[in-house]
Design a protein around this ligand. Sequence first.
Ligand code: FAD
Length: 323
Amino acid sequence: MADVLAFGEHSGGEVASITADLAAAGRGLGGEVAVALLGDELSGLAEQAAAMGADRVYTVEHPLLAGESADAITSALEQVCRRVRPRVLLVGKTAIGRDVGPRVAFRLGVGAAQDSVAVEGGESGRVVATRPVYGGSAMARVTFGAGDPQVVMMRPGAVEPAAGGGGSEVEAIEVELDESVRRVRHVETVRQETGRMPLDGAPVVVAGGRGLGGPEPFAMVEELAGLLGGAVGASRAACDAGWVDHSYQVGLTGATIRPDLYVTVGISGASQHMAGCSGSKHIVAIDKDADANIFKEASFGVVGDWSKVLPSFMEAVRDLVRS
Ligand code: FAD
């Protein structure tokens, strides 16, 4: 019996970073943290999950668990939960997790807290999850009635990932699955090659907002990101305007990031934007409005027009990079 069971995700022979996020969230709840890895071929993955902070790794191998069959994964994860009887089940708010988490909760007859950014221990073993509400203008703290597992769906990037000792126990679990569980068939995955650094896990992110006034200045944002070895992000206003596509968006309805350095240019720092970047170690803001909310959260800020500030800022960075 595990105290906390995290649904471990993987693709292309790599355990996904959401698994480290969930292990870290589980660690904060105390007790044993186990990760469940499900797939048709899991060699080498249990060690990776262990290195992400799992005390125990449950592996479930079955040919029907190839690809991202939500039906088969739901059935297998339900069976693992019935076997392991965790107090808490943590699932990432990812493409597959969004599909699987609520369905497993329904099948087990328990509650699920969606879109959580934090989870902590509460009274009598009931955990408390924190989730943004009213479009990110407020945070709700929710807890569970009777019945385990308490299913908490966690937003990727919301928790500082854990590193483990790698000394986990690995236990194989057998599940019963047949074709009848698969009502939807995964036909093909088409990867979009963007050729740019992904926001997820980037050490530095430079983001542009409505204050840039159009798509052209994003070339400078990209250049600065390149100089700093980072990724490019944007506010929703810039994405909605069509200046960059929505895969760049940081915030409540975009990516949640925790870079060491987050540089914003012409972004006011609305609460919905900050919901995706307030875990950044340092925020450096460039905005012409000294009262912009972004300056309340920034470690360093320049009040001024980006078209004057950015070129000299980039020149200084170029000098630093050269030296
Ligand atoms: P603005 O708020 O218009 O700010 C532009 C800034 O640029 C201003 O501070 C201005 O002073 C500055 N500026 C203008 N000209 C210059 C110049 N020449 N030089 C320097 N500075 C200049 N937003 C997100 O970003 N991400 C989300 O995921 C997201 N999700 C949302 C979900 C919901 C349900 C809702 C209701 C809203 C969401 N939003 C989100 C939108 C959010 O509320 C803001 O509208 C948005 O973040 C504003 O983007 P912005 O800061 O680029 O634009």
